[in-house]
Ligand binder design. Structure first.
Ligand code: ACO
Ligand code: KIV
Ligand code: MN
Length: 497
């Protein structure tokens, strides 16, 4: 099997997305999660862009142990100086420099010529090499760059010392075969191409980012630049989870990564929570519906054999199990299954009657929950059955505040929260987790006080009592903790009702 290097740019291209900006503490949380997910390279930021981004690269460099930490620059000496300084504590460091190579960029962005751009490219690599051994060069807008000129640039920067050459489809323009041909052309026409790794960096403007990336890999690229949940400029970048699972599902491609795929879902939730960027329900691999079956024929097939409609095991991406969602398109098999999960066995005659009632309700109500089903079946169930922990992830590191993200299912509804803070927040979450695990009633879990406003230190308070013990939580990020507190309270209130 050939090894493919995973270069994650969630914290750089992903963080460029409006509203997704993170502070240093949050970036460290994401970097630590990416490290345990198994990425090879973390692009930590663009150090010259702001003091905050500079500081984040410094702190991530200190916090992360083995992945290479990469900093982005323009092909400009000052950018490279600042990137080198920001990377000073990284155990393995890389400077990522580059310049636009398409006719469009050369003419309109730089008012320059191919010759001049080639010279600037060589100079940037040589300058970065003074600081670090590992230099990656990006040919911005390579997707729209003439292949012959692109090959000249790639050859020249490898000769100048580039260890990795990035071929971005910056505007998401290429068709998969076209992008594959581009990589093939470079592999066949660049002298010394094997002295560097060719990388892909595809954008999703036409929804082809992942297809283009895979096409690039099939033609010789051995690094892929990706983000969690596919976030990134405009329509986003190739998503890490899609590439990792394509390679897992298609063993015939003979390419492997060192991604621990079972950590995909929790990492996805962490990024989505911290960046306040919801994942679309039908997003491949990590969307709410990625392993949900809602129509009768599919549900029947999946219940007979999961693989009838699933090419991946949800456990492989860190999701406990698939879900069989009851809708007006569901059949008897799904209804019977749900009843049996709820501990109710019905014979076929009675099932027909319940099914008829179920359809009447389902035609009126989009979301049929467990309570509805039991009610239709003429039963009621204990409140203890209604609450289930969906996921819980707590990450922490030296000099880093712990962060917890939690998802709780109450009936069929999911409540999600993330919180940063010290011990008390963790304790509260731990208590909630225990309650849910033991399926105890939550009446014992009372909210003592909640203060969504901030105190003089800008912190938010949460105070809950469980079995006589008061758990007190606070966090520095008002929005995150307020959202977290609200989610807990919604969850608890819903349960108590
Ligand atoms: C495709 C990508 O995702 S590239 C990365 C995108 N990310 C970012 O831009 C975030 C970080 N950027 C920033 O913080 C700022 O843009 C800075 C600090 C880099 C530069 O800020 P400013 O000096 O104010 O310049 P401004 O952003 O207005 O314009 C960019 C300048 O860089 C030049 N430039 C753009 N790309 C490159 C490059 N790869 N190499 C050399 N110069 C470049 C442009 O031509 C322009 O220069 P000009 O003003 O002489 O025409
Ligand atoms: C900086 C480069 C690699 C980039 O993000 C792009 O071209 O899309
Ligand atoms: Mn990009």
């Amino acid at each position: 099997m050939d090894r493919l290097f995973i270069f994650d740019t969630t914290l750089r291209d992903g963080e460029q997305v409006p509203g997704c900006q993170l502070n240093t503490v949050e970036k460290i949380q994401v970097a630590k999660a990416l490290e345990s997910l198994g990425v090879d390279v973390i692009e930590a930021g663009f150090p010259i862009s702001s003091p905050g981004d500079f500081n984040s690269v410094v702190e991530i460099s200190k916090a992360v142990t083995w992945p290479t930490i990469c900093a982005l620059t323009r092909g400009v000496q000052k950018d490279i100086d600042v990137a080198a300084e920001a990377l000073q504590y990284a155990k393995n460091k890389r400077i990522h420099t580059g310049i636009g190579t398409s006719e469009f960029h050369i003419k309109h962005k730089f008012n320059s010529t191919q010759k001049e751009i080639l010279e600037r490219a060589i100079a940037a690599v040589k300058y970065a090499k003074k600081y670090v051994e590992d230099v990656e060069f990006y040919c911005e807008d390579a997707g729209r760059t003439d292949n012959v000129y692109l090959a000249r640039v790639v050859e020249a920067v490898i000769k100048a010392g580039a260890t990795v050459v990035n071929i971005p489809d910056t505007t998401g323009y290429c068709l998969p075969w076209e992008f594959g041909e581009k990589i093939k052309f470079l592999m066949e026409n660049v002298n010394g191409v094997h002295n560097a790794i060719i990388s892909t960096h595809c954008h999703n403007d036409l929804g082809m980012a992942t297809a283009n990336t895979i096409s690039g890999v099939m033609n010789g690229a051995r690094q892929v630049e990706v983000t969690m949940n596919g976030i990134g400029e405009r329509a986003g970048n190739t998503s890490l989870e899609e590439v990792a699972m394509i390679l897992k599902c298609h063993k015939g491609l003979n390419i492997e990564t060192q991604i621990n795929t079972q950590k995909i879902y929790s990492t996805s939730r962490l990024v989505s929570g911290l960046m306040n960027m919801p994942v679309q329900a039908n997003k491949a691999i990590v969307g709410r519906n990625a392993f949900a079956h809602s129509s009768g024929i599919h549900q029947d097939g999946v219940l007979k054999n999961r693989e009838s409609y699933e090419i991946m095991d949800p456990k492989d991406v860190g999701i406990d199990e698939n879900s069989i969602v009851l809708t007006a398109r569901s059949g008897r098999a799904a209804l019977k299954h749900r009843l049996s999960v709820l501990g109710v066995d019905v014979e076929n005659g009675k099932l027909d009657v319940i099914y008829e009632e179920f359809l009447k309700l389902a035609d009126k109500k989009k979301d049929i929950n467990d309570d509805d089903v039991l009610l239709i079946a003429g039963l009621e169930r204990s409140e203890k059955q209604r609450i289930k922990l969906d996921y819980l992830q707590v990450t922490s590191g030296v000099g880093v505040k712990p962060i917890a993200s939690i998802g709780v299912m109450i009936a069929n509804e999911k409540f999600e929260a993330a919180a940063t803070g010290n011990g008390p927040v963790d304790a509260a979450i731990k208590a909630l987790k225990q309650i849910i695990r033991r399926k105890m009633t939550l009446q014992e879990f009372t909210i003592q006080s909640m203060n969504k406003g901030s105190d003089d230190m800008g912190k938010v308070h949460m105070q809950v009592e469980y079995e006589g013990v008061v758990y007190y939580g606070f966090g520095a990020n008002t929005d995150i903790v307020a959202a977290s507190v609200e989610a807990y309270i919604n969850a608890i209130n819903k349960f108590v009702k």
